[in-house]
Design a protein. Structure first.
Length: 321
């Protein structure tokens, strides 16, 4: 097991909670619902700050937009890698701050009462939280905001994806994740740079000490003063779960919420229950990784999560037949 049982369950609990928040936020902004097995267009709230997703009029529009989406991901990854390599910390922090503020606002608008000047009220909440997260590094604020950041980002991308394009995207991301972790080591380098230099990490971040260190600390407290304890170097372990590993299951579940397809003469109808199968499959894949991974080794999580998602979709489809 990569981490102890308690920390493993903490990470899994945060992952699952974010998935359910994401399902709610995505559904809130979705202009398409499934009612009695049929796709229905409904009036849905617009994204704040003038954000608009391209309008999908025909099925072919998904495939026309998909190359642009992949290109956007490639540019974002390259830009992040470039800024990390040359240590342009000011721009990186500003970039994270803007993204966090917008994503938090999108999520908060969906859960707060619909009052006058709601967008302004949400900004009053989101701006200080984003500032603390990016510039002050508060452990609790960091992880609490992570619960709402990925649902907000997912709400932007779900409308321009269908089941076929999300499956292709999951495969591409999984291959990239394997390459970035096992071959090039880019993922580890960027994570270490974010944590050690930027004091920012895109994902859940849970520091903890081993049982051996805790016992050692108890003994030290009996013999040393507080000032002496502060000078001692204590080895702290860190359990992390990258943001990409959290957001892609949310996006997939959001796509399944609005999916109805016929393949090989068999019909698959999405909705809330099928989306739950996606979440369950993703959680199963991540759990398998956590429980069977070895300590002090890096693993790409997306291949395991993607396998779990595909398994969840297939099981639900089999139950519908």
């Amino acid at each position: 097991m990569k981490h102890n049982l308690k920390i493993t369950f903490v990470l899994l609990a945060m992952f699952v909670l974010t998935q359910f928040i994401g399902l709610y936020v995505v559904d809130y902004y979705s202009p398409i619902k499934i009612s009695d097995g049929n796709l229905v267009n409904v009036s849905s709230p617009d994204l704040p700050f003038g954000l608009e997703t391209p309008e999908i009029k025909e099925e072919s529009d998904f495939y026309k937009l998909f190359p642009s989406l992949i290109l956007a991901f490639v540019i974002a990854i390259c830009l992040l890698f470039f800024l990390t390599k040359f240590k342009v910390e000011f721009i990186l922090k500003l970039w994270f701050f803007i993204v966090v503020t917008i994503a938090l606002s999108i999520s908060l608008i969906s859960v707060l009462p619909k009052l006058k000047y709601l967008t302004l009220m949400v900004l009053v909440i989101a701006l200080p939280l984003a500032f603390i997260k990016i510039y002050k590094r508060g452990f609790l604020v960091h992880n609490i905001t992570e619960l709402f950041i990925y649902p907000g980002i997912a709400a932007v991308f779900v409308p321009i994806l269908n089941i076929y394009t999300i499956i292709i995207l999951l495969i591409i991301i999984s291959i990239y994740d394997m390459w970035a972790v096992w071959h090039s080591g880019i993922m580890q380098k960027m994570a270490k740079y974010q944590i050690n230099k930027l004091n920012v990490f895109s994902g859940f971040f849970v520091p903890y000490v081993s049982k051996k260190v805790r016992l050692k600390l108890k003994k030290m407290k009996k013999t040393l003063t507080k000032s002496q304890l502060k000078k001692k170097k204590i080895k702290v372990n860190v359990a992390i779960l990258g943001g990409g590993d959290v957001i892609f299951p949310i996006i997939t579940a959001g796509v399944i919420l609005k999916t109805k397809i016929t393949l090989f003469g068999l019909q698959f109808v999405g909705g809330f229950i099928p989306a739950l199968f996606v979440i369950a499959g993703a959680t199963l894949g991540l759990s398998w990784l956590f429980f069977f991974a070895e300590k002090k080794k890096f693993y790409p999580a997306m291949p395991f999560i993607t396998a779990g998602i595909f398994l969840g979709i297939l099981i639900n489809w089999a139950l519908q037949i």
